[in-house]
Design a protein around this ligand. Structure first.
Ligand code: GLU
Length: 287
């Protein structure tokens, strides 16, 4: 039997809070119950916001709450070459295109097409779907803009990707009981898979790393439930076997809002400095 492999994969762009503690400790609890392994991965592709100091603080905080993970910690920033290869494959398959519209341009373009942005479809995170204009540019025009140094992102041509796959995509969600979820990638439109100066995005590197690290169980917050539809598309195109998923409930603050890294009152570091113990942290998150 294969040994289950779990991971906790924070982005070191702020401080860990109680929501992260819950996710990390739940991964550990499940890994132990299944006699599996637990890895930590630093999702630090954003080289401006992620710093070694924040990473160090995160690792100390994870150690303090009692997390025990295997060495070494994988850092995405050390693997841009692998992501580049995947991006090249997507370019070779003609499934991505350079998208030149800034956020402001997107609104303007949509207003031009539809008169207003109110009725334009939005993705599950609430962002306006990317309008079709750049998808229709000629190769010559793309080359011209790129050689002029215009900023752009690589976006997945979702319609073409789904035509290529030509079958419904599913994933296995393991709680409350194991069931199949039908993926809805079309709801996302043309997602960003890489940027001009960075050969990847969250979506691309997460599927590649989960595969390279042999992750069998992805246990993460409910806020990433819908993103799994995009991950299934990329896994299919890149011929990556999917792990099973569990999207857990989020720890909310007193007002029912999602916790954020910028809030101090639930940061593990602050709770520690206030004299809270690791035991109390586990109790606070109900584990
Ligand atoms: N790095 C992501 C975050 O901190 C989590 C990614 C994942 O678990 O798939 O929100």
């Amino acid at each position: 039997m294969t040994v289950p492999v779990f991971r906790f994969a924070p982005s070191p762009n702020g401080r860990l809070h109680l929501g992260h503690a819950y996710s990390a400790l739940l991964n550990q609890k499940m890994a132990r119950a299944m006699e599996g392994r637990l890895l930590v991965r630093m999702e630090d592709i954003d080289r401006e916001r992620c710093t070694p100091a924040l990473e160090q603080t995160m690792l100390e905080d994870l150690g303090w709450i009692g997390l025990q993970w295997e060495s070494p910690v994988r850092r995405q920033s050390e693997h841009f070459g692998v992501y580049s290869q995947a991006l090249e494959k997507l370019i070779g398959l003609d499934l991505v295109y350079p998208a030149f519209l800034s956020r402001k341009d997107i609104r303007r373009e949509i207003e031009k097409i539809a008169g207003e942005t109110d009725k334009w479809p939005r993705d599950p995170d609430g962002a306006l779907l990317y309008p079709p204009s750049d998808r229709q540019l000629s190769q010559r025009e793309r080359d011209r803009r790129m050689s002029e140094g215009k900023p752009f992102s690589w976006r997945l041509n979702m319609e073409r990707a789904l035509q290529r796959i030509a079958l419904p995509l599913n994933w296995t969600e393991t709680a409350p009981e194991t069931h199949n979820v039908v993926a809805q990638p079309q709801d996302w439109g043309d997602v960003i898979v890489a940027r001009k100066d960075m050969p990847t995005s969250y979506h691309l590197s997460v599927v590649i790393d989960d595969a390279l690290q042999g992750i069998t169980h992805v246990v993460r917050g409910r806020d990433l439930y819908h993103a799994t539809s995009v991950h299934r598309v990329l896994q299919h195109i890149l011929e990556i076997p999917p792990p099973v998923y569990l999207h857990h409930t989020l720890v909310l603050d007193h007002d029912g809002q999602k916790l954020s890294k910028s809030r101090k009152d639930t940061s593990l570091r602050d709770l520690r400095e206030q004299g809270r113990t690791p035991r109390e942290i586990s109790d606070l998150v109900g584990l």
